[in-house]
Write a protein of this length. Structure first.
Ligand SMILES: Cc1ncc(COP(=O)(O)O)c(C=O)c1O
Length: 424
């Protein structure tokens, strides 16, 4: 939505000054330069309220769960509220949310539980575009004879080859594992359409939404996916992971768990004691988004509506920065760009871009930027299938720049100027 359209409807664009005040770490300086955090795809900065919630938890509520005393009761209440918040974030019931160490650990545990019901010859579809956390846990089932089929990409724009995906889904497919967005090229996959293809074949659909979550609203009910995992530390919360699963599946599949732990939801999927101060932070990270949304749209009535309003505003800001970023990058001499570059197709991508420069390695470029206070990532970011497919795995991978809503156009311009200097 354009700024004009938002104003017409009585809605306000992002208040970037307010946003940046919420994140104290953005004030960092490096060699006299203000830090530009363009490293978000590997983890975002955390708002002050999230830090306060984690500290308050440790100060006033630190105990294990389900005890008959004050701090344990507070712990239970905080976890219940965080689960409600994540339910609003993903549009599902709180009991369909479970917490865990990170998306990778959660996915390995889920794959083991689902895999114990699979037999030799059953098939799982994975993709070339995905982070290895949505490949290796499924590949691990090859040990019991499960066949992994990998969907190819269109190399020219780093999009999934949907015709190849249709070919790879067969009557033997038991599960399709696809990322919502690529953490290297920023491509957004048509996960709703892919869910329908999986369902038509009688297969389960697992979505890795780790990279998408900071950029776009997720609606698991509308997607109708069976499972979806994401990691709060990528959407301005603490280092943890969360899993959504349809209630019927969470009750039917059998997780590996200790006997005394409850067999009810969501406990049966949460092995051992959780990082409870982290869970306190997750609830507050969602609340941060909701408050941002209420500021952009004071008519938002529910937390879910406020979250959607926040994403409308953050998306608009991200797309404006992205347009300037890509236009500027394409003018840098000797630069190779991976992914969608046409502004008319921005609906198919988020604000994460990867490039290579003719001069130096991606590590050289990241170091050059880092010395100037500009934080970027180099390498494969565990999107190993993709760096191999693009032929850059043995050349240091790519340089990745990630924009999220707390970034500024000034930071984009500083980055472009520094890259032009590096490329000279
Ligand atoms: C797209 C994607 N999926 C999965 C992961 C793994 O997430 P976690 O660190 O929570 O295990 C990452 C981490 O970078 C990612 O970017």
């Amino acid at each position: 939505m354009s700024t004009a359209a938002m104003t017409e409807a009585g809605k306000k664009p992002l208040d970037l000054a307010w946003v940046r005040e919420q994140f104290p770490s953005l004030k960092l300086e490096v060699n006299g330069h203000p830090a530009a955090f363009l490293d978000a795809p590997a983890g975002t900065q955390v708002s002050k309220r999230v830090m306060d919630a984690m500290r308050d938890y440790l100060l006033n509520a630190n105990a294990n769960t389900c005890g008959a005393f004050l701090t344990s009761q507070r712990t239970d209440a905080i976890i219940a509220e965080a689960r409600e918040a994540m339910g609003d974030f993903l549009n599902c019931n709180a009991e369909e949310i479970s917490f865990g160490q990170n998306m990778t650990t959660i996915t390995f545990a889920l794959a083991r539980a689902i895999g114990r019901e699979m037999k030799a010859g059953d098939e799982i579809v994975v993709t070339t575009l995905d982070h290895d956390a949505n490949v290796a846990p499924w590949r691990a089932l090859e040990e019991k004879g499960v066949v992994i089929r990998q969907v190819d990409i269109h190399e020219e724009d780093c999009t999934l080859d949907i015709e190849d995906l249709k070919r790879k889904i067969t009557e033997k497919t038991r599960l399709v594992a696809v990322g919502y967005a690529s953490n290297l090229a920023g491509t957004i996959n048509p996960v709703g359409e892919i869910t329908k293809l999986a369902q038509a074949a009688g297969a389960l659909m697992f979505i890795d939404a780790v990279h998408y979550a900071p950029h776009g609203a997720i609606d698991v009910k509308a997607l109708d996916c069976d499972f979806l995992a994401c990691s709060p530390y990528k959407f301005f919360g603490p280092h943890m992971g969360t899993l959504y699963g349809k209630k019927e599946h969470l009750l039917r599949f059998r997780p590996y768990k200790v006997r005394p732990a409850p067999d009810t939801l969501p406990d049966r999927w949460e092995t051992g004691t959780q990082v409870q101060e982290g869970i306190a932070g997750i609830g507050t990270a969602v609340e941060y988004f909701a408050e941002l949304g209420r500021r952009c749209d004071p008519t938002a009535k529910t937390r879910r509506e406020a979250i959607l309003a926040a994403y409308r505003a953050t998306h608009e800001h991200e797309m404006e920065m992205l347009e300037e970023l890509i236009a500027g990058l394409l003018e840098v001499p000797g630069l190779t760009f991976y992914g969608i570059r046409d502004v008319k197709r921005f609906g198919e991508r988020c604000s994460t871009v990867s490039v290579r420069l003719a001069k130096g390695t991606p590590t050289d470029a990241a170091r050059f930027l880092g010395e100037r206070g500009i934080f970027s990532w180099d390498g494969n970011f565990y999107a190993l299938n993709l760096t191999e497919r693009l032929g850059v795995q043995d050349k240091g991978g790519v340089l990745r720049i990630g924009l999220v809503h707390y970034n500024t156009r000034d930071e984009v311009r500083r980055l472009l100027a520094a890259l032009r200097e590096f490329a000279r």
